[in-house]
Design a protein around this ligand. Structure first.
Ligand code: FAD
Length: 234
């Protein structure tokens, strides 16, 4: 099988049921009871108030499902987000993995500067870029070959997978809601609008940026309020 190298993180929206009005309706049940369903009135003002004063639960009555293709190290970081997230991932026990591996793009910063908790990353030299390109590919080829040797010898997939690196691609479904997504964005993106600094690894940030674009399109007023109040999840 030919080895494929990729530098992208794929985020494909599959199903979305998420509107600003969902937030407003959920909040209004508190003062209108069942009449909240047929109510109207200011959407923007109420969303802004809920975000500002951290009334978070009305932001949970919506759903966004995505298919993600990313290296395993991104999936590992992602699945640390436990609250308001559902996951299903492909299995390396039940199927043979495909030889698709992550190689950083040419413009990916390579040098880590600063101290733990506040690192910044700077471009690599041409020599460093060449080393990354060649050494990563060589490592992948070697481990893929070891995986194949074991499978051909009749060794179970769940044992053979032990030699595969975290740079191999996996695929998984994620479902979240606006509240859990905002918390994820606050930690996994960098933005000048953020009240608290965040230092995400670039690859999960590449995914988060795509989720953010989808969220902004589906729930523009909620998204605007999130930015207005410092990108802190309510
Ligand atoms: C830049 C960066 C570096 C990181 N480095 C490391 C690292 O070196 N090692 C490491 O292990 N992790 C690391 N993490 C993961 C981090 O510790 C969190 O697990 C991850 O960001 C998910 O955040 P969360 O727990 O707030 O989210 P969720 O799990 O989605 O939880 C959401 C919120 O629910 C509440 N909550 C959830 N579970 C509990 C609980 N058990 N008790 C009380 N309240 C709870 C909290 O208010 C929490 O903020 C890193 C994350 C980032 C963004």
């Amino acid at each position: 099988m030919t080895i494929t190298y990729r530098s992208d993180i794929r985020v494909q929206p599959l199903r979305t049921s998420a509107m600003d009005f969902d937030v407003v309706q959920a909040a209004r049940v508190s003062t209108l009871g069942a009449d909240a369903v047929t109510s109207d009135g200011s959407t923007e003002g109420l969303i802004n108030f809920l975000m500002r004063d951290k009334h978070g639960s009305p932001f949970e009555h919506n759903s966004m499902t995505f298919l993600i293709e990313a290296p395993i190290f991104v999936a590992r970081e992602w699945m640390r987000h436990r609250v308001g997230w559902s996951y299903n991932e492909e299995s390396a026990r039940y199927r043979e993995l495909k030889p698709v591996f992550y190689v950083p793009a040419e413009d990916r910063n390579l040098r880590q500067v600063g101290k733990a908790g506040a690192y910044r990353f700077e471009p690599g030299t041409q020599l460093q870029k060449n080393i990354v390109r060649d050494v990563i590919r060589e490592g992948y080829r070697h481990s893929w070959n070891s995986y194949q040797v074991m499978l051909r010898a009749g060794i179970a997939r769940e044992v053979a997978r032990g030699v595969l690196p975290v740079g191999i691609y996996t695929s998984f479904f994620v479902t979240c809601n606006a509240r859990s997504l905002m918390h994820f964005l606050s930690l996994r993106t960098t933005s000048e609008l953020a009240k608290a600094p965040s230092f995400p690894q670039r690859e999960i940030e590449m995914a988060a940026e795509q989720m953010e674009a989808h969220f902004a399109e589906q729930m523009p007023l909620t998204y605007a309020a999130f930015n207005r109040h410092g990108r802190v999840a309510p």
